[in-house]
Each structure stands twice: as C-alpha cells, then as structure tokens.
Ligand binder design. Structure first.
Ligand code: NDP
Length: 479
C-alpha cells in the first residue's frame, strides 16, 4: 500500500465548493486509510476572513455533510495540521506570508493546488514564482483544476505561462474523469487480457458508440453553461479521453510518459472534424421540464448546444474505416455512460435463416451498474437452426463488494506520490482542443439554429439520421 510522501499541501481557494465537497473529504479519507504521511501540513489560502479555528470548524461541517462515515476521533488528529493564510491571488504580501509559514513548518516538499475559478490560475502561478516558492530542496508540484482554457489559444497561453514558471514534470492538469475507477477498468480490460486485443480493430469492429446521457438540466448553472456548452463541458475533455482509452495502442508501461504518448497519437490521428459530421442540439420544454432558453442565466434566443452527436474518424492502421460515434447531452431520457463496440456480421453465413443476423456487441457500461455485457447469437433448442440473442453479463458491483474511492482521493495521492499518469500533459490538452475547435468555431458563427429536442428524449432526430444514412443505428444505453 503506497503512502504519500511528507509534504505541505497548499490549497488556493480553500473556502470554495471544491475544497469542501472534494478536496478535504479526499485528504481526510487518505488520512483515515493511513495513506497520508502523518507530518503532512494542509494550508488553506484564500481572501475570506478566517482564522485557523474558523476554517477548521467550517471544514468539519462540510466533512460531516459529505463523508458518510465521518469519524470525529480521526478528524481530531488531522484538524490541528490545517492552517489558514489570508491573501489575494495577485497579492505579493499574501504569497510572502505563505512562504514564511512554509519555512516555519520545515517541510521542503510542497503541492500547490488551484481550487479557484480559472481566471486566477495564471496569477497564482506567477505569485508562487514571485516569492520563490517554486524552488526548494524537496519537490514542488502545481495542480491545475479544470477547465484548462476555453479554446486552443487560451489553453496554449496558459501552458506558456505555466511552463515559464515550472517544468512540465511539476504540472498536474486535472481531468478527474480519468481517475474514475471506470476509466482505469477500461485500461485493465484491454491490456491485462489477450481475449480482446485480436478483435480490437477495423478487422472485426464495424463502429464504436460512446454515449454520456444526463437527465438534469442547468441546476442553476445556466450562466456557466452559456459560455461552455456541451463541447467544452464534456467533449473536449472526458469524452475525448474515453475515445483515446478505447483507441490507443497498448503502452509499453502504464506510466505517465508511455500512456500519454499513446493518447496523443490518437488525437493526432483524428481526421479534422467537419461541422457536417456533427449534430448540435438544444432541449425544448417537454414532459413538465423547461427548455434550455427558459433556464435561469440563459439568453432567450441562445444557440448554445446542450447536445452533440459527433462522428470521429481515426486515420491509422487499426481504426481506418471504423466510425467513432460520440453523443452527449443534457435533459436526456436518463443517466448513462456507455461504450458499445459493434462488430461486423460474419462474411459468410452457412445457415438458412428467416431473419437478418444481428451483429455481436461488446457493451462497456460505466454508469449505471458498471460492468460488461457481451451480446451474441445462439441457437434456440430444437430441430433446425433458429437463432436468438444471448447476453453474458458482468457487474463490478456484485463481483467486488467494496467501496470505490472517489476520483479525487486517487488523484491527490498520485500527486503526492509523483505519479502523473492520470493527469494531462501540455500537448495532450492542446491536441484535445485542436480536435474540437472546428465545432466551437462553427457554434461561435451562430449561422443556424441548433436541432431542437424534447426534454426527456434521447436527442434530436438528426442524430439518428446521421447513423441511419450510413445503414447503422444508435443503441439505447439501457437496453
Ligand atoms: P468557487 O467559485 O467556489 O471558488 C473557490 C474560491 O475561489 C472561492 O471560495 C473564493 O475564495 C475564490 N474565488 C471565487 N471567485 C473568484 C474570483 N472571481 N476571483 C478570485 N477568486 C475567486 O469554485 P469551486 O470551488 O466550485 O471550483 C474551483 C475550481 O475547481 C474551478 O476551476 C472549477 O471549475 C473546478 N472544479 C470544481 C468542481 C466542484 O465540484 N466544485 C468539480 C470539478 C472542477 P475567496 O473569496 O475566499 O478568496
């Protein structure tokens, strides 16, 4: 069992939602499980008026709320190691106080975490460098929250600033989706078995479908969503990461350099996206639910996309000719994330059948009921040859009956261990932006209305036509 190295863990913006909901619960869980070094100091930095005592009291309340089995005794050991420094994010005096405080702890290694809105990431990096906080006998690592830029140019600009202040090896760009158990299960499924590799290519696969369906609407985040939309919110990051995990070549080692090299090759092999390979949609009122344009913070004539179905092509020997269909949207019929590999029908069928043969499918369910289903054809008992569909089902929940750590628990431990495999490299983030930029540019032109779909449905008709025109069809995630 790995234990984190001795260090100071500094959280900028400790007063915010991420600190309360994710970071402190994760640090607390690591402490409880014996993964946090007993001399770790947690230092919160923000502008709000707090003392060590009031910050600890605030964090205790949020732990009571967000940690189901919160244990006061174990908290009593962690709480005294939490301190607060008040300062602004462009305030040299605040950074100097932080520096002096760190000297007092005697801890030479440090993690600096930007749990603030993205507007201040750069100024935090510059503030750190301004007082020499990036130089010490131990390690210094900077964790950058998402979103990383709002387009290719801003991501490049942010990378430029960060790389003036730090080495790439010191930078940990978060996409917490990568640390979810499900994403790692995918890597194990592919690279710890020989069963799947021979069929994992254009020789056997007809098409690949990735669906991430979300039943919720804006939940008060309309203003944010007006700027983001579905492409920036989930395609540029989570969905492209899933495509990469499915499409990448087996890495020589499961380490940061090898894994990220293979993922970048996938993004680089993607054919430039053409807007006519995508259907961009927006939900309208239905089933008692408001339409997007009626949501708080949304313009009444907004053309922002709350749904997209995109056809990606990966131009390499393994995947040429296999379309990757990826769709995601808000206010869809239910919650689901799944990946379907639809296989080709056999080149010759020696039986006389009175119906069309259905293709085999490998279904990787991420949410709900994480697991794997294989659907194939079997013979119905009796004389003659009659076929029916058969399912082999595996569910992680029933096979491994143990709690799954939150993604942030995994990520924070990895940062302290110096393992960047689940974090994104500069070129990786930029490649992902490069892939989606044609769609973002197209949306910015506002030339046409989005395809409207009813709240509670599975997206606009045009998304279905996109596949039926090719003689293919989407699979419903819950079937
Ligand atoms: P908050 O809006 O809660 O901001 C965090 C803290 O930053 C605030 O408490 C405040 O501290 C300071 N702050 C807020 N607005 C500004 C501003 N305009 N300029 C400078 N400082 C400001 O954000 P979250 O905690 O929700 O998120 C932090 C980061 O993490 C964001 O980039 C977000 O995208 C990302 N994230 C958040 C998730 C979540 O669950 N909340 C999930 C995934 C990613 P003070 O005023 O005391 O200085």
């Amino acid at each position: 069992m790995d234990r984190a190295q001795r260090c100071a863990f500094i959280i900028f913006g400790i007063t915010g939602d991420l600190g309360a909901r994710k970071l402190l619960p994760a640090l607390y869980a690591l402490h409880r499980n014996g993964r946090l070094h007993p001399e770790t100091a947690i230092i919160g930095y923000a502008r709000s008026d707090h003392t060590d005592g009031s910050l600890r009291a605030k964090l205790e309340k949020s732990l009571e709320r967000f940690v189901p089995d919160f244990d006061r005794k174990s908290w009593a050991h962690l709480a005294p190691r939490i301190h607060y420094i008040r300062g602004g994010y462009a305030d040299a005096a605040g950074f100097a106080t932080l520096h002096n405080h760190l000297k007092g702890t005697g801890l030479e290694s440090r993690i600096l975490y930007t749990a603030t809105p993205p507007e201040v990431y750069e100024s935090i990096a510059l503030g750190i460098v301004g007082v020499g906080l990036n130089r010490s006998e131990g390690f210094t690592r900077l964790v950058i929250e998402k979103p990383f830029g709002t387009d290719l140019e801003s991501a490049r600009e942010l990378n430029r600033t960060l790389l003036q202040c730090f080495n790439e090896e010191q930078l940990y760009r978060i996409d917490h989706y990568l640390a979810k158990e499900t994403a790692q299960n995918l890597a194990v499924l592919r690279f710890a078995n020989t069963l799947f590799e021979p069929i994992w290519s254009n020789r056997s696969v007809d098409n690949i479908q990735i669906t991430m369906a979300e039943p919720m609407g804006m939940e008060g985040r309309g203003e944010f969503y007006e700027q983001a939309g579905v492409i920036r919110d989930v395609f540029q990051n989570h969905l492209l990461q899933l495509v990469a995990l499915i499409a990448m070549e087996p890495p020589s080692n499961y380490d940061a350099t090898s894994v990220r090299n293979e993922k970048v090759k996938v993004f680089d092999a993607m054919a430039p996206l053409k807007p006519d390979r995508a259907v961009l949609g927006q939900y309208v009122a239905s089933n008692g639910m408001p339409g997007y344009r009626e949501e708080k913070g949304v313009a009444p004539d907004s053309r922002q996309a709350t749904f997209a179905a995109v056809h990606f092509d990966i131009l390499n020997w393994r995947w040429s000719g296999v379309p990757f269909f990826v769709r995601s949207g808000k206010r869809l019929e239910g919650k689901a994330s799944q990946i379907v590999l639809q296989f080709k029908v056999p080149p010759h069928i020696p039986f006389t059948l009175d119906r069309d043969l259905k293709p085999d499918r490998l279904i990787l369910r991420l949410v709900p009921n994480e697991g794997i289903t294989i659907r194939f054809n079997g013979k119905v008992p009796g004389q003659g040859i009659d076929l029916d569909r058969i399912s082999l089902n595996f569910s992680y929940g029933s096979r491994f009956n143990r709690p799954i750590p939150d993604a942030y628990e995994t990520l924070l431990l990895d940062v302290m261990l110096g393992d960047a495999t689940l974090f994104m490299r500069a070129d990786e983030v930029e490649s992902q932006w490069r892939v989606v930029m044609p769609l973002i540019d197209h949306l910015d032109l506002e030339l046409e209305e989005p395809h409207f779909y009813s709240a509670g449905s599975l997206g606009p008709k045009a998304a279905y036509t996109m596949l039926t025109e090719q003689g293919r069809h989407w699979y419903r995630p819950w079937d």
